[in-house]
Write a protein that binds this ligand. Structure first.
Ligand SMILES: [Fe+2]
Ligand SMILES: [Fe+2]
Length: 401
């Protein structure tokens, strides 16, 4: 399916530049161009647009007003801001107007990469259903601003932990939640940490960054009382899966990059459940099917919605710009053999860790119900299972505060 993109910029030269640069992409993208907000709205009304990439500063209707309208009228459209000023981007990051931000001048490759990454999962999806569900929910949550700020800082190789800790500490509620989480028995820190700087030096910036994404997606929403426990359970499960999976990665001597991907994939692997929860009239029925009728969550999801949480999650994270290794791990965590892979990856670790989590027996047997044996056999990893099982024991125990 072709992706349909609308570029908006009041400078004709910039628009002509896009046209030239993106000429070769016409096979894959339907391209539309507008030189004002009004023109953009007309194009939106007459076409099925998937992505809007808009300038900020425009006369009459500026980018923020335009994107505000798009958000309201076409909530499913991916909104990208392209701005010449870092400061403008910082301001817009505090709103939910855009899903992604690009700094001018922005080369074609960067645009291609962002759009393709955002949509890499879409071709594999039962599009129509998922998109209509996402339309029904209304808003796709935007990526937490603090996360983006830390990502920006980490682009400077010599950024100090002190600087990162100051940025995080500006937000008292996330600071409190972070300290509470890292001090839980879970992380097994040698002593109680009392500030973000200590937390960063014990656990590393990447872990803290993932935790911020996790804490900001899993808490602080207005949820009905009965949904809060469910929400928290997913949070605890995800944290535990992340730890088990990372341990498996360490056992397999994976490098730091892969271990980071594993950790963040673990933390976010079930985030799709939170998206689906927002579908009207769904939550109660899903709880009934999974608790009373004992259906697995993916069975309940496909029965009720025709779409499952792995895909909803991968879709959202694609829009947030997470790397394809993470998207793959999330999209296939229940059925890894559905994708052709030859090597151990974040997907392997998440799939196995998730299955281990649900397997509560003390002793190891190979026949764990949720494991995809064909997949593990293909990767020649069946014989490693027992070692993984033994080396992750401490993380599989229930957490006691
Ligand atoms: Fe899952
Ligand atoms: Fe899970």
């Amino acid at each position: 399916m072709k992706i349909s993109i609308l570029f908006v910029d009041d400078e004709k030269d910039v628009i002509d530049g896009y046209k030239r640069m993106l000429f070769s992409m016409r096979k894959f993208w339907d391209q539309h161009f507008a030189i004002s907000g009004e023109e953009a709205l007309n194009i939106l009304a007459g076409n099925n647009i998937d992505v809007i990439i808009s300038d900020m500063k425009m006369p009459v209707m500026d980018g923020t007003v335009l994107l505000g309208k798009v958000k309201e009228l076409y909530p499913h459209i991916l909104r990208i801001i392209l701005s010449g000023h870092q400061d403008e981007i910082k301001i817009i990051m505090t709103t939910t107007l855009a899903h992604q931000f690009l700094l001018k001048p922005c080369d074609t490759n960067k645009i291609k990469q962002v759009v393709e990454n955002a949509f890499s999962m879409r071709n594999n999806l039962e599009n129509e259903k998922l998109l209509s569900i996402i339309n029904g929910i209304g808003q796709l949550p935007t990526i937490p601003e603090l996360y983006l700020e830390i990502e920006e800082l980490m682009k400077f190789p010599d950024v100090s932990l002190d600087k990162i800790s100051k940025v995080i500490s500006r937000d008292p509620s996330i600071t409190a939640k972070l300290l509470q989480t890292v001090n839980s028995a879970f992380f097994g820190l040698p002593r109680r940490v009392t500030n973000i700087l200590e937390a960063l030096s014990f656990l590393g910036t990447n872990t803290i960054k993932s935790l911020i994404l996790y804490l900001q997606s899993f808490t602080g929403r207005n949820l009905p009382a009965e949904a809060i426990t469910y929400y928290e359970n997913i949070g605890n499960h995800s944290l535990q899966v992340a730890m088990i999976a990372k341990e498996i990665g360490k056992y397999e001597k994976q490098d730091k990059q892969v271990l980071d991907d594993i950790y963040i994939s673990g933390i976010l692997h079930d985030i799709g459940k939170l998206i689906l929860m927002q579908v009207p009239d769904y939550f109660g029925k899903m709880i009934e099917l999974t608790t009373v009728k004992k259906l697995k969550s993916i069975e309940a999801e496909s029965r009720l919605l025709g779409v499952t949480h792995e895909w909803a999650g991968a879709y959202l994270l694609g829009i947030w710009g997470l790397p394809s290794t993470v998207l793959e791990a999330i999209a296939y965590h229940h059925n890894p053999s559905k994708i052709n892979t030859a090597n151990f990856s974040a997907l392997t670790a998440i799939h196995v860790a998730n299955a281990f989590y649900y397997f509560k027996e003390e002793s190891f047997t190979e026949k764990k119900p949720d494991l995809d044996f064909d997949y593990l056999k293909n990767l020649n990893l069946i014989s490693n299972l027992e070692n993984w099982w033994n080396s992750t024991k401490i993380y599989r125990e229930p957490i006691h505060e």
